[in-house]
Design a binder for this molecule. Structure first.
Ligand code: JAH
Length: 272
């Protein structure tokens, strides 16, 4: 996979040299280029922003530096022999974007080329987003309902979430399957030695050696946690494959299974 990031603060992306993603780059599994938007300006002051038409607070990013940057990146992309080039995906971090999640991370990990456009100030002139659709599949994307000072930190999160799904990046691919959100539930709690620590014991079942019972306990802890912390996830959860024991566990949490979906019993109290 090839990833290009455009920012007026390219140093902000320095963490992508480190750890798992840095290793993936060294190993040639990921080609990552960070571009300084100001190198695509032509005026003496390397201006990237201007006042908003219609008035209001703050500044807006000027369109032409973005067009120059994105054009140069689109042209530098690989052209297949048969000429049937797939448009690269342009991800624009924005609180007004589609919510980024694990399913999107998997989808984007399948792409040949991703380009991230980091806005600052009040955002990028909207005409850039419209124009860019001629060269890219444009995806405005949000990490959550909060405002950052720019897209850079959101890009760090998305590149890490996507990069670790690339073949060969995570050493043991099994660690990708068992983790939070891959089945729409939160992860179960984990413990390590010592078995007794500051008068707190590891749950006895985990020391029992009964792997069937341990698996069931962990699964039910996932149900309990998800009901307590993220009940919104349970509305989406596919309850079709639940065992009798699973349904009983959900029953104790106040959930019934109706048409393969979990439904909170009306008279049920708090889940935790
Ligand atoms: C803020 C450009 N949902 C996370 C997120 C993503 C991007 C931005 N804020 C929050 C942002 C200012 C300018 C992007």
């Amino acid at each position: 996979m090839r990833i290009d990031v455009v920012s007026i603060f390219p140093e902000y992306l320095a963490p992508l040299e480190l750890s798992l993603i840095g290793k993936a780059r060294q190993d040639g599994l990921l080609e990552l280029n960070v571009h300084d938007l100001r190198t695509f300006t032509t005026d003496k002051h390397r201006t990237v922003d201007d006042t908003p038409y219609g008035g209001g607070a703050g500044m807006v990013m000027k369109p032409e530096p973005w067009a120059q940057a994105l054009e140069s990146i689109a042209k530098s992309g690989m052209t297949p022999e048969d000429g049937a080039a797939k448009k690269p995906v342009l991800i624009v971090p924005s609180p007004a974007g589609e919510r980024f999640n694990q399913a999107l991370a998997y989808e984007l990990a399948d792409e040949e080329q991703l380009v991230f456009a980091c806005g600052r100030y009040e955002g990028i002139d909207e005409r850039v987003i419209e124009w860019a659709a001629g060269h890219f599949t444009v995806r405005p994307m949000s990490l959550g309902d909060y405002v950052l000072n720019g897209g850079e930190v959101a890009v760090l999160a998305m590149v890490e979430a996507i990069g670790r799904l690339l073949p060969g990046v995570v050493g043991n691919p099994e660690s990708l399957v068992e983790e939070s959100h891959s089945d729409g539930l939160l992860e179960y709690p984990v413990y390590t030695k010592p078995s007794s620590w500051r008068d707190r014991e590891v749950p006895a079942i985990l020391l029992s050696g009964n792997h069937g019972k341990i698996a069931q306990w962990r699964r039910h802890e996932q149900f309990r946690r998800t009901a307590a912390r993220r009940p919104d996830l349970l509305a989406e959860f596919d309850a079709g494959g639940l065992t009798r024991a699973d349904k009983a566990a959900f029953g104790e949490l106040g959930y019934d299974v109706v048409d393969g979906r979990l439904r909170l019993r009306p008279e049920a109290g708090s889940a935790d």
